[in-house]
Design a protein around this ligand. Structure first.
Ligand SMILES: Nc1ncnc2c1ncn2[C@@H]1O[C@H](COP(=O)(O)OP(=O)(O)OP(=O)(O)O)[C@@H](O)[C@H]1O
Ligand SMILES: [Mg+2]
Length: 358
């Protein structure tokens, strides 16, 4: 039995805006098992970052997290929240009791003991995520100190050199003394990885860490992450637009669309292309650049729904070419949101096409 390090269920994170209630994450569920590399895939705006920022306690806009479970290493970080939040069934109105302030304070202090210590993070823009006033050794040493306790300057330098070697930076003795502005994008990302891992976290969350890097450097960083993950038996949640990264590096893939996960399976099952959500199929189709005529209709047309006005039923139905092939011509897709339909032990798809009777 696989035990999860992070398990998110039915998470809802909403934001009040002048345009209405943004349902950034709207019932998302996914998990990362211990020692597993999970890729979270989806188009821009699908709620990938907001879901991890929710898990890290980094949401400041109100109302923020209004429901669901975020279980980290066996503890539900959202325990007790449901007492303070009420959502109208159509999601248009959320009332959050003023008494939630006490809960939020406890939540913040709880997360302060986890973020950067038990959960490491790396983000897209490594250079600006590093403090310009601190050297590389300060960053890595500070992080190592979270695990080892207070350490002096010499120990910080030594541990930094050791980590720079592990992330395969040439001349680690020199780079340890460098400031962030002296690093290239690829080097800065390696320093970020070293900083995040020096605290020896149980889980590493990487939010599009290679998007700004050129293709060769991107591949090198991914290979490095993968080898460190295997060596340290680390759990990794890797966020990306690029489903082919999922194939090459991950054990499990979860695909997000309009605030929720519409398919989860092993990378192998997803890339076999026997059973896929039509949205995942479109992403695979685009990534694999398949051009046969029969597959033409699988290209995803249109754009994702705006996050205030989600479509009724299956949120993908306005863009779905396959719904017409269902016995009811896709009627139900427009009315009813599909549940998580199990197509194998480890593979779930939210699409009526996979209901056993169809
Ligand atoms: N603080 C906020 N206030 C209002 N809306 C927000 C806020 N943060 C995010 N959103 C909206 O929530 C939705 C989900 O955003 P999110 O950043 O999670 O998307 P994403 O899947 O990470 O996209 P990308 O691939 O571009 O990084 C988007 O519509 C975004 O505009
Ligand atoms: Mg994002």
């Amino acid at each position: 039995m696989n035990t999860s390090i992070l398990s998110i269920s039915n998470l809802k994170t909403y934001f009040h805006t002048s345009k209405g209630m943004v349902k950034a994450v709207d019932g998302a569920s996914y998990r990362v098992n211990k020692g597993e590399f999970v890729a979270l895939i989806g188009e821009s705006g699908s709620g990938k970052s907001v879901s991890v920022l929710s898990a890290l306690g980094l949401i400041d806009t109100s109302p923020g997290i209004i429901g669901g479970e975020i279980i980290f290493d066996g503890n539900n970080l959202l325990d007790g929240l449901e007492k303070y939040c009420t959502v109208k069934s159509n999601g248009s109105a959320v009332s959050v009791s003023k008494d939630v302030a006490g809960w939020k304070k406890r939540h913040r202090s709880n997360l302060a003991g986890i973020r950067g210590k038990r959960i490491g993070m790396i983000f897209q823009d490594a250079v600006s995520s590093l403090n310009p006033l601190y050297t590389v050794a300060d960053h890595i040493g500070e992080s190592a100190g979270m695990k080892k306790g207070k350490i002096n300057q010499k120990q910080k330098y030594d541990v930094a050199v050791e980590w720079l070697r592990k992330v395969k930076i040439a001349s680690p003795e020199e780079v340890a003394r460098a400031y962030p502005f002296q690093l290239s994008g690829g080097m800065a990302q390696r320093v970020m990885i070293a900083t995040a891992l020096a605290a020896e976290p149980q889980l590493l969350i990487a939010d599009e860490p290679t998007t700004q890097l050129d293709a060769t450097v991107q591949l090198e960083i991914l290979k490095l992450l993968k080898s460190l993950q295997e060596e340290m038996h680390l759990s990794v949640l890797f966020i990306t637009h690029d489903i082919s990264i999922g194939y090459n590096f991950s054990d499990t893939i979860s695909v997000m669309y309009a605030g929720r996960v519409i398919e989860t399976g092993t990378a192998k099952a997803i890339f076999e292309r026997d059973n896929n959500h039509p949205y995942t199929d479109g992403l695979l189709h685009a990534a694999l650049k398949i051009t046969t005529q029969a597959d033409d209709k699988k290209f995803i047309k249109g754009s994702p729904p705006d996050s205030v006005h989600h479509p009724s039923g299956c949120k993908f139905h306005p863009r779905c070419e396959l719904k017409k092939e269902l016995p009811d011509g896709g009627d139900r897709c427009e009315r009813e949101e599909p549940y998580k339909i199990q197509v194998s032990d480890t593979h779930y798809i939210r699409c009526w096409k996979y209901e056993p009777d169809n």
